[in-house]
Ligand binder design. Structure first.
Ligand code: FO1
Length: 319
């Protein structure tokens, strides 16, 4: 298809990443720069333990997407998956609201076994991504415990996956917290990847629960702010709504503007430029007034070609 023709010689690129939007952004960037130049610092606030297994949804979504093995219908899990283990579990009345496919289970079994052997998550992630031959480096934001929790209007606090999957993010929230964040240390390579990057990209991920946990790790927010002139964010809000997931409702419920202007206010201390979709071109002046330079471009990554074009935009807009 000639998509990789014209790889740019951009320096090191470090991407702050959540799930689906970040995974597509990484796949787009990999089409326009040499894969070893790309490092993603990935959210682990969504991680959960089920059936005794450690599950890292955002790391796995990035891995499977870059491997070309993601389930295109769900945006998570593996393509061509079978569900025999879930069906067998159902017989016992086991927990099945969080669906783990038979092949996907191998990733969680391997990760959990290696954690039990004392290997840090960053080392295990390097092993898993090498096995999938990604080329791109994925680093969990921290090897330490960091769990996103969500507070509901009745005052109860639940885990992120309880909110996101069990309740289908269909209930209003009053707060989000990152348990363990205050004591979490950046995983090996994280601060170096931020310091050395020619460009830092804040992927179009949920600013509250995908990028928020990264910024909550002591030292990360400061490291990014110190590189503000070389940081560009991509708005996950397009035309006042999120393409996928609850980012729009979460922003509203937590008192932020549900628009590219709201995103601009959150990211202005961290990034010099904000890529906003063409449908939001009319808000460019308000974005600029929030203290971040607007860059208007198509941002919907519905095909690899569009993701690659967005990759070029983010790399070129700071040069
Ligand atoms: N999302 C769902 O909506 N339902 C599921 O049953 C589900 C299972 C699942 C299993 C492994 C995995 O890596 C991700 C999974 N997800 C599921 C997605 C995940 O909950 C969210 O996409 C992220 O945590 C948000 O970025």
């Amino acid at each position: 298809m000639g998509l990789t023709v014209g790889l740019t010689s951009a320096g090191v690129i470090t991407v702050l990443a959540g799930g689906v939007g970040a995974a597509r952004m990484l796949a787009g960037l990999r089409l326009v720069v040499e894969p070893p130049a790309i490092t993603a610092i990935v959210n682990v606030g969504d991680d959960t333990t089920l059936h005794g297994l450690h599950i890292s949804p955002d790391l796995d979504t990035c891995t499977y997407t870059l491997a070309g093995a993601i389930n295109p219908e769900t945006g998570w899990g593996l393509v061509g998956e079978t569900w025999n283990a879930m069906a067998a579990l159902e017989r016992y009345g086991g927990l099945t609201w969080f669906r783990l496919g038979d092949k996907d289970l191998a990733t969680h079994l391997y990760r959990t076994h290696r954690l039990g052997e004392g290997a840090p998550l960053s080392q295990i992630t390097a092993e898993i991504t090498a096995a999938w031959d990604l080329g791109v480096r994925l680093i969990p934001a921290t090897d330490d415990r960091l769990s996103t929790t969500v507070t509901l209007t009745d005052g109860s606090t639940i885990s992120f996956q309880d909110y996101f999957v069990r309740l289908q993010h269909g209930v209003p929230i009053t707060g989000v917290a990152f348990d363990g964040a205050a004591d979490a240390r950046p995983a090996p390579g994280v601060l170096e990847a931020l310091a050395e990057a020619e460009t830092i990209v804040i992927a179009p991920s949920n600013p509250i629960v995908s990028i928020g946990p990264l910024l909550a790790v002591p030292g990360l927010r400061e490291a990014i702010a110190a590189r503000r002139a070389r940081t560009v964010a991509v708005s996950p809000i397009i035309g006042g709504a999120a393409l996928k997931g609850p980012a729009d409702r979460m922003l509203r419920e937590l008192g932020h503007d549900v628009s590219v202007v709201g995103v601009a206010k959150l990211y202005a201390p961290l990034a010099a430029a904000l890529v906003i979709d063409e449908v939001d071109a009319g808000l460019a002046d308000e974005v600029a007034a929030a203290g971040i330079r607007p860059v208007v471009a198509p941002t919907v990554m519905s095909t690899p070609e569009r993701a690659a074009a967005l990759g070029r935009t983010v790399l070129e807009c700071l040069s």
